[in-house]
Design a binder for this molecule. Sequence first.
Ligand code: 3HC
Length: 682
Amino acid sequence: MSQVGTTEVIDGVGILTIDYPPVNALSVHTRRALDEGFRQFAADDDVKAIVLICAGRTFIAGADISEFGKDMGGPSLQDVFEIIENGGKPVVAAIHGTALGGGYELALICHYRIAVPSAKVGLPEVALGLLPGAGGTQRLPRIVGIPAALDLITGGAPTGAQKALALGMIDALAEEGNLREGAIAFAADLIQKGGPLTRVRDRQDKVEPYRGKPEIYSEYLAKHARAFRGFKAPFNIVKAIEAAAELPFEQGIVRERELFQELVTSTESAAQRYYFFAERQGAKVPDFAKDVQPLAIAKVGVIGAGTMGTGIAMACLDAGLSVTMVERDEAALDRGAATIADTYKKQVERGRLKPDVAEQRLGKLDTALFLDAVKETDLIIEAVFEDMDIKEGLFAELDLIAKPEAIIASNSSFLDLNEIAAATSRPSGVVGLHFFSPANVMRLLEIVRGSATSDTTLATALSFAKKIAKVPVVSGVGPGFIANRVMAPRSQQALQLALQGPEPEQIDQAMFNFGFAMGPFAMADLVGLDVIGRGSNERTLQSDLIKIGRLGQKKGGGFYDYDASRTATPSPVASQVIADFAAAKGVSTKIELTADEIVERLLYPVVNECAKILDEGIAARASDIDVACILGYGWPVYTGGPMFWADTVGLGKVVEGLEAMGIEPAKLLKEKAANGESFTRG
Ligand code: 3HC
């Protein structure tokens, strides 16, 4: 027997334990161990029932994602499933941690499922641009019915054990910490009772009522059109679930396979699988001393009670940390505290938060008017006005107040962290924590590593990010860090292009079709032209609009006109302002572009900037930039981010496109294109 699987027999119950860290993924090794274990039990007359259980932190978390697209080898999942389902002995899946994807599909092959209350089960393949390809789309509807299966599989979120029990996704709960004993007792009971084996595939009762009702699926797709836009997987999932209702099991499985095959070979799924690993890569800093231990963070000080300060405070409170929020102005402090209380109140009203949890969180918030209040905190995050003199003064003060081992962080989105750190006597304990607004919602956290930031400080920042459920991306010090810097050319190009003929709505539409939630002009109107243009005295298109009171949505007009419900329509007034500005700047060439050409004009320069920051070492890897753009700017995940997308387009084509626009391609981009290399594919 391979080391991944171990077997033992207790009173007629064969126990197969799978141990393949970290998450017992269904790799070739795991499949082999399952195959061997079940064959052994099938041949052993002493074994009357079987328990499948896993060692470590979790039950099987799914197929091994790193194996997709490679020659998988060994027994296939189908081979393994066949001997479990038709081996003639009842099999009980004993679940702790998470039974996900192929792991839960394996559990559905077993005749029974028992789980501890903390366990979660589900089919999250949609997040990888896939569908459950090992029978999940055919078996789950047979247990939970068509409507619930549609939600569970297109949504992909794991279901907690209690709810899973209510839905029928599991059959019984075991006592927490006593799964093995519970599962053995369950199996012993089965032996005692005897009787025929039930297979999920044979069940009809839950799908029968939905047979011959194609409108269920068209209505479902119409209802979720916005969420599914641009993705391929949800559409194939819906087709596969329809097959579960309409076709006999064997044919349904064939249909599932075809639809899975279509997805697994698609660029969208390749991008989403790449993104799965990219997100986890960000916390691994390449040039990091091994075994650096992060410092413990229990109490956080937040300086500033504006939009960023309150958002950061909530992100910390949500994670169970104690927060002291400091603001010099009493009215502003009260407003900040009220915003926090109000946000939790709304979450309770919408049923997203339990009242006692909201209470607990608010109980961990202290407010103060003096910096002294943060002297006991482990981490202090500054979120005050973006002005170097103010920040330097504040850091010098905090340096005197904070505990010697406390870390002081700046949330600045563009100021030089090294200069800020130099205002303290502890530059090694200073780091940038660049949150994106709203800070309690957005998952991206850019961690800015100053030239003096110590490995311990960086390790602490990374573990803090995990604690508050953010995805960290480490950035070097440079203007705009990663996301803001690489995405800036998109807006600059849009503004330039608007002077040459294409209307804002045409440019925005091209970006929307590419997969962004909105284009740069709609975004500018939403944020406010005055906010975007803050600090600049230059004459710009925005400043011309501001001059006539067109500040954006809040004033009923910006690049678009807005009605009372803030619905946008193209604006003749803005068009005239654009034409006048173009004339003043001497731009007379008028061009017409297709949507694809607009995408190239706006996004090739983004790729160029990405290549520059990679070359400068501001970002350590291409995937970090992709994560920052996807999470920070809503770059569509099914294109993989700007670097993965550029590889899909072809770097040679990007270089040519940039040259045609009169933009010098970055050195690294040119080199890679010339050598036939890519940014993201090894
Ligand atoms: N395949 C390969 N590696 C995996 C994996 C998988 N299915 N799931 C997790 N890992 C790896 C991660 O990359 C990470 O590796 P690292 O330590 O080298 O970075 C390690 O396992 C731990 O993962 P996390 O950092 O994510 O650990 P958490 O404890 O935060 O989360 C988890 C655990 C909930 C299991 C989470 O990893 C997860 O959601 N995994 C993916 C589950 C999934 O999508 N399963 C479906 C796969 S597709 C499939 O089954 C197709 C089938 O229908 C045929």
